[in-house]
Design a protein around this ligand. Sequence first.
Ligand SMILES: Cc1cc2nc3c(=O)[nH]c(=O)nc-3n(C[C@H](O)[C@H](O)[C@H](O)COP(=O)(O)OP(=O)(O)OC[C@H]3O[C@@H](n4cnc5c(N)ncnc54)[C@H](O)[C@@H]3O)c2cc1C
Length: 400
Amino acid sequence: MNKTFDVVIVGAGITGLTAAALLAKSPQSNRLRLTVIDAAARPVFSADDDVALRVSAVALGSAALLESVGAWEFVQGARVGAYDRMRVWDESGHADSSAALSFDAAEFAVPQLGFIVENVLLQQALLNVLDNSDAELLFEAPISALEENGQKYRVAIENRNFDADLVIGADGARSFVRKSVAISTRDWPYGQSAIVTHLTPEKPHQNTAWQRFLRDGPLGMLPLADGRISVVWSTGQDIAEQALTATDEELGEMLSAASDYVLGALTVAGPRGAFPLVARHAEKYVLPGIALIGDAAHAVHPLAGQGANLGLQDAAVLAQVISTALAKDECPGDRPVLRRYERERKGENAQMMHLMTGLNRLFATDSTLVRELRVIGMRLFNNSGPVRDRAVKVALGVGR
Ligand SMILES: Cc1cc2nc3c(=O)[nH]c(=O)nc-3n(C[C@H](O)[C@H](O)[C@H](O)COP(=O)(O)OP(=O)(O)OC[C@H]3O[C@@H](n4cnc5c(N)ncnc54)[C@H](O)[C@@H]3O)c2cc1C
């Protein structure tokens, strides 16, 4: 009889739950005993609640992945915004100038460029799938220790231990798993924080994702289904602190000015939060018996809304590698198996991280020369045909 393996996923964020759903739905699922552990309470989405503060721009490729496990239908049936245009422009120009970048779903023959979905809704959709599987789900169960135990790892929560052939660390940017197995990271602090809130714009958002590059950092405005916009404003620490303590009226004025009134005056219509920004990359994604995915492995600047999408791609590749290994009777925790995952994802994530860091720096400059070159570069990019096509397809998650 074929051997059965124990896989413990630490972290029930979007990444960990996607990995769990893919494994639970894989043809080899009967050979895995799957446990998902999270420190937080089980997330619950309710359509009666206001749109949650944390939303993600979900690329087409990620939506297709969620569809493949049966989670997307629930997302679409609940509430989801779609955007069919993107406008990117520089502080020194206007949103409708020839140097502004503009992408339209029609020119790429797709119905939309992506979706705006609350993180909690994505989690709920994936939990619905897992509730109908054999996976064990444990919430309010922070892991307190992770130690080698012969050929396995022992995962300890308050009153239980699990011996796992493979521990998947999907426990976010400050990963306990990563620290416990002494995988170091390279960190590049941006000196910026992201202010997040929802606002009602004076003019309709036109189902467009707007991004204005300012010297202190980019301002992203994502269209919500109810007509509001969700703002991610990456800015210097001083301004971020001011934004956090400002009245709603003052914050509305700050953001209206930062957006160059492209949607008219903006009125704050939701709570606010701040996230310190850092680029972080784990030196290794795998050790025998350990694999890191999502923010546990890499944190990127939110300027192109790629963080969650990269995590979903990690989950997809890891689940595929595990499934293939099981079909060949290999243990999913073996290093050669896990290296296949690391080889496929680490370089790709590094490229995206450096691209985001480079873009953020390119726009955060006082140099007149760099500013002029940037405007010329954006015009060239606009007219670059295949280069532009390829870049957009990567952003949509439908090309490489
Ligand atoms: C302001 C901002 C805007 C963003 N916008 C976008 C966007 O538009 N599009 C996009 O793709 N990405 C976006 N991102 C990035 C995206 O939110 C993250 O990349 C993504 O949420 C990471 O998911 P994750 O599952 O890897 O980690 P997390 O969401 O951090 O989940 C980790 C989970 O692990 C659990 N955990 C932690 N420690 C333990 C422990 N010791 N024991 C048990 N459980 C533990 C936590 O409770 C949590 O549930 C944005 C990020 C920021 C900061």
